[in-house]
Ligand binder design. Structure first.
Ligand code: CUK
Ligand code: CUA
Ligand code: CA
Length: 638
């Protein structure tokens, strides 16, 4: 593959012409054949690249006891969780269950986690599956403040909040009248109150249009999508915007004034060939202050059973810039990804089916809303060719952007100012700085601190959708390859392959000192806490029985307890050990119960004592030299 970093070379790439003229219906075929060429080309290139990669790889190899310098928060895709990676080592340190059950900690088994996840009237979980794509954290002064992260569930249109002090999910909100909730981004400031320079809202894009209300209508032209605003603190849905077209990813401006979503289905097609019929789609901007004012003024409707105010963001209702709530900036064919540059000036949409990236200047979008820019498309300050299948863009804080090229299996580094000059007519402006092969078919990428004003341009991670030959074969299901790249110099240097279990999409990477995680819970945060071993016992109220238990290595507070067959039991366990890392677990054989309690944590489960006999409740989490002896007898009398 051509590695020379010149625009001319990039433009001369023959496959681009093929891409532009070939029937796009054969897109999947093109991916398959490109896979092969990508693999062989990189094998040839690896000889020359390996020497540089070898010495640079030292930074990813931490000595025993050495700590990583960056946190990475990764989405788990249809594993439904959030992952915590340490970087540069690429080690997976933790998984945070949110939407789906987790056997390790008993998420989805304890009453406390079920309350967060949501249950049906019979007490079973509302959902057991999820598909997480995008994870972003809360801001203050343009950088992460370590309070929260949010993650989407595309399948069931839910948004989960993660507390970054304990690395746990504490709230999940269902978005009404939305299917395929995809892009998500918190705001970074308030558009009205300048004193609020931190996150108060989370914006959520609805990707699949549906009948509103959903009444089983076949005529797709009647379907619509909604853009949703969730309150960052209460996690209540604040408002929604009815739009034309759909929402893919979401970005927000640093001043809090604008949110945007890229739209690939402005055609509102229900079949894929209809979704790529138009030459251009859009990046749809939302004027947050005006929407909030419209909601306040009562200019909204509601849909079906939902009480959420829905304002009108369609083309027809927003042609006058002075009152418009939304602005549709045109972007070439089926864009994917919209990303805010760390200098706060631009949003960049990648072309996906077009080999281009579009740079939109935010000041000009605001000018249009103020009636000072004639055509909204005049906010486009660059539209430059990058390569085949551009998807997502990250930044180094030195004016360079890095975009994944899915079909080319590359990351392209390009200079935003040079691209703007080139677009203005300076054909000598060399905007492509470097290209690097990645293995293979990259989706998201992100650089350290890239989504903050403090982008530091040190590292770049690339989520490769196919790992093919990069790891020991483990049967048909391959891991993904989160490749790690040094971007501190002019040329990108590949540092490491990191296998991850499927199927992460997006992730953020930030400096470790932005977080101060807690190691021990606060007893008082749990209303059911059994604060003293002397409080333990079996408390009966007819058939309803509460079992109160505490754990302190190497024993539970009761050596045995008795129940009667048919008892409806609530078992509460408080871990009174307050030492860091001293977690206990409890399992009840044949009752399908297992969960852990961390230091000073309380958790509870409900079950019916329907099986008589002796059941050894035992500690599942290795805690002490007498861990195996740490058990208690549950005696169920028949
Ligand atoms: S999407 Cu997965 S590669 Cu859901 Cu962010 Cu682009
Ligand atoms: Cu307590 Cu093992
Ligand atoms: Ca389209």
């Amino acid at each position: 593959q051509d590695q020379k970093p010149t625009t001319e070379n990039a433009l001369a790439m023959g496959r681009r012409k093929f891409m532009n003229t070939a029937a796009l219906a054969s897109l999947t075929g093109l991916v398959a054949c490109n896979n092969k060429s990508g693999a062989s080309a990189s094998a040839e290139a690896s000889g020359s690249a390996s020497a540089a990669a070898h010495s640079a790889a030292d930074v990813t190899h931490l000595k025993p006891g050495e700590l990583d310098t960056y946190y990475g928060l990764w989405s788990g895709g249809h594993s439904g969780d959030m992952r915590v990676l340490g970087l540069p080592s690429g080690r997976e340190i933790h998984r945070i269950p949110c939407f789906v059950p987790d056997a390790l900690v008993g998420w989805g088994i304890t009453n406390e986690s079920k309350k967060v996840m949501g249950t049906r009237p019979d007490g079973s979980l509302k959902y057991n599956v999820a598909d997480t794509h995008h994870t972003h954290a809360s801001y203050k002064d343009g950088n992460y403040d370590g309070r929260y992260a949010w993650i989407n569930d595309k399948i069931n249109a839910r948004v989960a909040r993660i507390r970054l002090d304990y690395f746990i999910c504490d709230k999940i909100t269902d978005l009404p009248n939305v299917q395929g909730f995809h892009g998500i981004f918190p705001d970074k400031a308030d558009p009205v109150d300048e004193k609020i320079n931190y996150t108060t809202r989370v914006f959520c894009g609805g990707e699949f249009s549906i009948p509103l209300p959903n009444a089983g209508i076949e005529d797709g032209s009647k379907y619509r999508s909604l853009f949703t605003c969730v309150d960052a603190e209460s996690m209540e849905v604040r408002w929604q915007v009815l739009i034309d077209g759909n929402c893919d990813l979401v970005a927000t401006s640093y001043d809090g004034k604008l949110a945007a979503t890229n739209q690939y289905n402005t055609e509102m097609g229900v079949h894929y060939e209809d979704m790529m019929a138009a030459e251009r789609d859009a990046c749809l901007f939302f004027n947050v202050a005006r929407i909030e004012a419209a909601v306040k003024a009562g200019k909204f409707k509601t849909i079906g059973d939902s009480k959420v105010p829905v304002v009108d963001g369609t083309h027809a209702a927003n042609s006058d810039p002075k009152t418009a709530l939304t602005a549709y900036v045109s972007v070439p064919k089926n864009p994917h990804g919209v990303n805010a540059s760390p200098d706060a000036k631009y949003f960049i949409c990648a072309g996906k089916l077009s080999p281009t990236a579009t740079v939109i200047e935010l000041a000009k979008v605001l000018d249009w809303f103020d009636g000072k820019l004639e055509k909204i498309d005049d906010a486009i300050v660059a539209e430059v060719e990058l390569g085949l299948g551009p998807l997502h863009t990250a930044f180094d804080g030195r004016g360079n952007a890095y975009t994944t090229l899915f079909l080319d299996s590359q990351v392209v580094k390009w200079n935003v100012d040079a691209a703007i000059k080139f677009h203005k007519g300076d054909k000598n402006a060399k905007y492509v700085v470097d290209r690097i092969d990645v293995q293979y078919q990259p989706g998201h990428l992100n650089a350290s601190q890239s989504e903050t004003r403090a982008a530091d341009g040190k590292y770049l991670a690339v989520g490769c959708k196919f790992s093919k030959d990069r790891f020991l074969p483990v049967g048909p299901l391959h891991p993904e390859n989160e490749q790690f790249i040094d971007i501190s110099g002019e040329k990108m240097v590949l540092l490491a392959d990191h296998p991850v279990r499927g199927e992460p999409h997006d992730f953020i990477i930030f400096k470790r000192d932005l977080l101060r995680p807690k190691q021990v819970y606060n007893l008082d945060d749990f209303p059911l806490a059994v604060k003293d071993p002397k409080e333990s016992g079996v408390f009966r109220n007819g058939k309803k029985v509460t079992v109160k238990l505490t754990s302190q290595a190497p024993a539970f507070s009761m050596r045995e307890f008795k129940l009667k067959k048919g008892d409806e039991v609530t078992l509460i366990l408080t871990n009174l050990d307050k030492i860091e890392d001293l977690t206990h677990g409890i399992a009840i054989p044949k009752y399908n119960v297992q969960f852990v309690v961390n230091p000073l944590e309380t958790a509870s489960v409900n079950f019916v004592a329907d099986k008589p006999g002796v059941f050894w409740l035992y500690c599942t989490n290795f805690c002490h030299a007498l861990h195996l002896e740490m058990r208690t007898r549950m005696i169920v009398e028949g």
